[in-house]
Design a protein. Structure first.
Length: 271
């Protein structure tokens, strides 16, 4: 009686079996909402416990409604937003070409880098007295201090983006006959874009962080000015309204930059 003497086919080892798809947790926006709810709950609990006279979320919301109804919150928010946008735009507009010059031309780097590194060690807030003496007490010194904070944060990122470009890619382009203009436009700029956008986000945070101190320069409106006035009268709810408004405006602008980053750097591999 014939018998099949062939050995059975080998079984796949356990390590080669198809892995089960990873379990997906809650979407990120859901976690964001949960974090906000948890933060409000902790805040309300601390206020209910009477920690250092901390106002609760409801008290701050009532005060925000009052300031919004009389137009104070809108006027102060627009004034601060205008200063931040102008200072940030000017700082970024100058930081990008300066960063490209430092990274692309060795001579420019040798001439500019000592000044950039020197001023980076000086907090922009320390420049306020000098700005007042040289520029007066109008809008110019306020915008200048914000401009300086944004510029110093962005220029270093732009420079790092240029010097981080793979030299092999540049050499390959030159072998294929690409000139400096083509290499710069088709290789350097796209490869540096992620660094530039990260620098812009850092510069935006620095601009908002400098805002309150900048509005100490004889300001008559603005979120920083209103918070300083509230400090005099120990108006904690108004101070919290200013802090939350600055945080919300800064978060919205950061999300807009993040959306632009995803759109402009879609070719990047992301986790």
């Amino acid at each position: 009686m014939p018998t099949d003497l062939r050995p059975p086919p080998p079984r796949a080892p356990a390590t080669t079996r198809a892995a089960s798809p990873p379990r997906r947790g809650l979407p990120l926006p859901v976690w964001n909402v949960l974090a906000v709810v948890l933060g409000l709950a902790v805040w309300a609990g601390l206020a209910r416990a009477g920690v250092s006279g901390l106002p609760g979320p409801q008290e701050v919301a009532v005060r925000a409604g009052e300031l919004a109804m009389d137009g104070t919150l809108l006027d102060d928010g627009l004034a601060s937003l205008r200063r931040v946008l102008i200072g940030f735009a000017l700082g970024t507009a100058l930081a990008v070409p300066v960063g490209f010059l430092m990274g692309w031309y060795r001579t420019a780097r040798g001439l500019i880098e000592p000044y950039v590194q020197f001023f980076r060690t000086i907090p922009p807030l320390a420049v306020i007295p000098l700005a007042i003496l040289l520029m007066g007490i109008g809008e110019t010194p306020k915008i200048f201090v914000i401009f300086l904070a944004a510029f110093l944060s962005c220029v270093v990122s732009t420079f790092q983006g240029v010097v981080s470009v793979d030299k092999t890619t540049i050499n390959a382009a030159r072998v294929l006959g690409a000139g400096d203009a083509v290499v710069f436009r088709r290789i350097i700029v796209p490869a540096s874009t992620p660094f530039i956008l990260v620098g812009m986000r850092v510069g935006l945070g620095a601009a908002w962080a400098t805002l309150v101190a900048a509005e100490l320069i004889a300001a008559q409106e603005g979120l920083g000015y209103r918070m300083q006035q509230a400090q005099i009268y120990y108006d904690l709810p108004s101070i919290f309204v200013g802090l939350i408004t600055i945080g919300v405006l800064g978060l919205i602008m950061d999300r807009l930059l993040l959306a632009a980053e995803k759109r402009l750097t879609g070719w990047q591999e992301r986790r």
